[in-house]
Design a protein around this ligand. Structure first.
Ligand SMILES: [Zn+2]
Length: 347
């Protein structure tokens, strides 16, 4: 029988289940919170035969029946958090709660319309091509994007909107303040319980690793700027104990948010240096300088590294440090390049 990562029962009665992932993050944390009317399940994982086997084995071991799960709550729409929610709803009958925007993106990216006519994924592929992604890598990217459908279907049928950020939401016997976050995923929601000084922070703040900054066409035009603003808004929270979507729970949510702010400042400076050294770079060229050419063999990582790089370049452009221009690329088509903006003395 397959060995799964251990379950952790925390002192507050919460259960941290490390749901396996088929990529470098290794697992996503699902949390089971006890309450008067049953268990609330936060972020159940992406769908695969392995994760189905995981829950089929884990819940009985924990003494929890399918029908003991009374709510499925999602921090954001990414497949590794959202993907199993429909499958679990079929078994538990529990409603799925997520932000309206998260629901919108789940349907935009993996809804029936997109399945019939892949408008979203083609727009993403085209945008990456404009940013210098070489032609031989395009098919791999397309295959990666279409492969996600199998990780997120079926969609949950009974979906209920979470209140907007700033309002409260009752779950698992507590009144939670909803903290909105942008930049990693549109309308990401973190849950903060001021009475106990704890937060379920999803992927907005992670220990040890930096959350990916998501860039998508026709979406937030400045996701890194939005992400940094979301982090700054968390600083007054102080030393809240945080339960993240990946890795393990950690003390001092605000301290980690401050460290992430510094990380992105350093990365913006490093990118500007690399652009200046080269004279001009496409997002793809910069991406390879930052993350290495081995990305070419891994469409999943390539996709997220490209999004991360474009998000930083857009931020540099909006801050006035870099400028974009369009010129001929190595494959005979025009591409978007970025150069360091000239400093105008006395301006
Ligand atoms: Zn995520």
């Amino acid at each position: 029988m397959r060995e799964f990562a251990p379950i952790t029962r925390h002192d507050n009665g919460w259960i941290q289940a490390r749901v396996p992932l088929p990529f470098a993050l290794r697992w996503v944390n699902a949390y089971l919170l006890p309450g008067e009317s049953g268990w609330t399940l936060i972020d159940p994982g992406l769908r695969s035969p392995v994760t189905e086997a995981f829950w089929e084995a884990r819940l009985p071991e924990l003494g929890i029946g399918w029908r003991d799960v009374c709510a499925i709550v999602l921090t954001h729409h990414h497949p590794d958090h959202y993907g199993l929610s429909g499958w679990l709803q079929e078994r538990t009958g529990a409603p799925v709660y997520m932000s309206e925007t998260a629901r919108h993106y789940a349907m935009r990216m993996w809804g029936e319309e997109e399945r019939r006519s892949p408008l979203f994924s083609e727009a993403l592929v085209e945008a990456f091509r404009d940013h210098g992604l070489p032609e031989p890598l395009i098919e791999g990217l397309r295959g990666h994007i279409s492969g996600v459908f199998g990780q997120v279907l079926p969609h949950p049928a009974d979906v209920r909107p979470l209140p907007p950020p700033g309002e409260t939401f009752r779950m698992a016997g507590a009144e939670w303040e909803l903290i909105g976050g942008e930049g990693h995923a549109p309308s990401h929601i973190a849950f903060y319980d001021p009475a106990r000084g704890v937060a379920l922070c999803g992927d907005q703040v992670l220990p040890d690793i930096t959350p990916n900054i998501g860039w998508m066409p026709d979406s937030d035009p400045d996701p890194l700027g939005s992400y940094l603003s979301s982090l700054r808004a968390m600083l007054p929270l102080g030393g809240v104990f945080a339960y993240p979507g990946h890795r393990d729970p950690f003390a001092d949510l605000a301290g980690r948010a401050a460290a992430l702010l510094e990380h992105h400042d350093r990365r913006l400076l490093r990118m500007l240096e690399l652009i200046e050294e080269a004279g001009a770079l496409t997002a793809f060229e910069l991406c390879e300088r930052l993350f290495g050419a081995r990305l070419r063999g891994n469409p999943h990582n390539l996709r997220f590294a490209m999004a991360e790089t474009i998000a930083h370049l857009v931020r540099l452009e909006l801050s006035g440090a870099a400028k974009r221009w369009i010129g001929p690329g190595p494959e005979g088509r025009d591409v978007v390049r970025f150069s360091k903006a000239a400093v105008i003395c006395g301006a």
